[in-house]
Design a binder for this molecule. Structure first.
Ligand SMILES: *Cc1c(COP(=O)(O)O)cnc(C)c1O
Length: 360
């Protein structure tokens, strides 16, 4: 974990400069928008999307990667010659590659063989290297082994996501949401809805809600094939017999990760892949731009909560996230033939979501 070079005397100067570079990058960046979307069929409920697709590296993992790098630097784990590794084929690798290049450090993503070429290209575009494993379940052990072999640092998103993020404030995603809501008609959201991959985002939001004493409740939307909602219902369930049976990237796991903190979550809603893709398609049509699959999972849960609020005669607001754009999924979630080949019957779900989102 500790890089030898991080202990050298002039490494401290380098670490100080590296921290300043991360902070300067953040200073140059704008906050992400909170986009309001009416639900014409349910006029008492206002829906908002925190648009995390507009970060420089394209997803909510921009926040995580910045936090993981800062955590490693300030712990003395990362120095001027430290090679960085993580086990990820997704958005995390793209964001970690972005920040590694900013600091002039080499980064390698350990990915399963067969990872889509578009994703490899996105990692390489940001300057990251790629190391293949035959089975996704070997990726974590291989990333740890590679880091140990060269005295490098394993960023280990699934372990450190919840603790590397400053949950009390510092313009984290939760503080930003509550600040951006402050002039809305229902400024304290009834629900905040997010997914769980590492669990880091839900941990930050759930803790922040408790810290501020807000009446808001946190709902995590989880793929039906994921272990997280099973673990939430019964803490003795910690892994699935096989891999996570979901096609939605970024969320859902076969085993409970260390960064998933169930005690800060008020409710979990399991969403089928077909419902996620249907909601994703309907939202893309309503916004006029493509969003990713996990955003569809979020929307499916939001619409269920909104319907329940309307049935109970309650009005209020629900806030959720656009986790990434649909750009990376042109050949998958936006390809009807690809969906059909996987037996994902999304059309009825898209129509039902569109009926709520489209003015009568
Ligand atoms: C990582 C990820 C999530 C889940 O966020 P966590 O903070 O890791 O739980 C959701 N959607 C996408 C696209 C992601 O990459």
């Amino acid at each position: 974990m500790t890089s030898a070079s991080a202990d050298l005397p002039d490494a401290r100067d380098w670490v100080g400069q590296a921290v300043r570079q991360l902070e300067a990058d953040q200073r140059r960046s704008a906050d992400t928008h909170l986009v309001r979307l009416a639900i014409p069929a349910l006029p008492g409920v206002d829906l908002y999307f925190k648009d995390e697709s507009t970060h420089p590296s394209g997803s909510l993992k921009h926040r995580l990667a910045r936090s993981l790098l800062l955590y490693g630097l300030c712990n003395g784990w990362i120095g001027p010659a430290t090679r960085l590794f993580d086990a990820t084929s997704g958005s995390t690798a793209v964001s970690e590659a972005y920040f590694a290049r900013l600091l002039g450090l080499p980064f390698t993503a350990v990915v399963p063989r067969g990872t889509a070429a578009a994703k490899i290209a996105a990692i390489e575009f940001e300057g990251g290297g790629v190391h293949y494993v035959d089975d996704a379940r070997e990726a974590v052990a291989e990333a740890a082994r590679l880091a140990a072999a060269c005295n490098g640092h394993f960023l280990d998103q699934f372990t450190y996501a919840e603790r590397a993020t400053d949950w009390r404030g510092n313009n984290n995603i939760a503080e930003s949401i509550f600040t951006q809501m402050s002039l809305e008609r229902h400024k304290v959201p009834t629900w905040v809805v997010c997914g769980a991959g590492t669990g880091g985002t839900s941990a930050t939001i759930g803790r922040y809600i408790r810290l501020t004493g807000a009446q808001t409740r946190l709902c995590v939307a989880d793929p039906e094939g994921s272990v997280f909602h099973r673990h939430f219902a019964d803490r003795s369930v910690t892994c699935l017999p096989d891999r996570c049976g979901s096609a939605i990237e970024g969320i859902g796991r076969a085993g409970v990760e260390l960064s998933f903190i169930p005690t800060v979550i008020d409710r979990m809603i399991a969403v089928s892949d077909a419902a996620s893709i249907g909601a994703m398609r309907a939202l893309s049509a309503a916004l006029g731009r493509r969003v990713g699959g996990s955003t569809g999972t979020n929307l499916a849960a939001c619409l269920q909560l909104a319907r329940e609020m309307a049935d109970e005669g309650r009005s209020g607001s629900i806030v959720t996230l656009i986790c990434d754009s649909g750009q990376r999924y042109a050949d998958t979630y936006y390809d009807d033939a690809w969906l059909e080949s996987r037996g994902i019957a999304w059309q009825d779900h898209a129509a039902a979501a569109a009926a709520l989102l489209t003015p009568a």
